[in-house]
Design a protein around this ligand. Structure first.
Ligand code: SF4
Ligand code: SF4
Length: 160
């Protein structure tokens, strides 16, 4: 049975963890404007229902030509990446739905799932000198919470 999930609470918990990580390690490379992860997704974003409700509202606020571009890029995206997220502005490198971006985008860079780091090689290299001290967020706990709201579904399916 689906359970309600509070996205604002999840957002706050993730942001607090990211802020604590940055405070402990000021050289942490994840920052606004770093869009390499948005340009090398393994597949299109998968999104739970409450995330989609928030995201759909943000998409509807975009100018019609941007909405059309995102629809076209989503439909044209391959099943497997690396691929560029359709919601990334190719000109500015900014997320067009930043305030409504999925939970996975918010936690990426600061969390791990089982033995796999949810971060890029840039993070791996930058933190190498202090890797043993890093307190990673629990990516599986986040996923479990989201799954209580329903299985995440591909952006491609939601956009249809
Ligand atoms: S995970 Fe990597 S690519 Fe993404 S913001 Fe952090 S440093 Fe940049
Ligand atoms: S939704 Fe935004 S933050 Fe997430 S991958 Fe796409 S462009 Fe990047």
């Amino acid at each position: 049975m689906k359970k309600p999930v509070s996205l604002p609470l999840l957002d706050q918990a993730i942001e607090a963890h990211a802020a604590a990580t940055r405070a402990a390690h000021p050289s942490w490379p994840c920052a606004a404007g770093c869009d390499l992860c948005c340009r090398s997704l393994p597949f299109l974003p998968t999104i739970s229902e409450p995330e989609w409700v928030r995201l759909a509202e943000a998409l509807h606020q975009l100018p019609p030509e941007q909405q059309a571009e995102i629809r076209e890029r989503t439909a044209a995206a391959p099943e497997r990446g690396p691929l560029t997220c359709p919601m990334l502005s190719l000109e500015s490198g900014q997320c067009r739905v930043y305030e409504a971006r999925p939970i996975a985008c918010r936690s990426y860079g600061f969390y791990t799932e089982r033995d796999a780091g949810l971060h890029c090689e840039r993070v791996t290299e930058a933190i190498a000198p202090f890797a043993e001290e890093v307190v990673w967020g629990n990516g599986e706990a986040i996923l479990r919470t989201l799954r209580e709201a329903g299985e995440p579904i591909s952006l491609r399916v939601w956009m249809r």
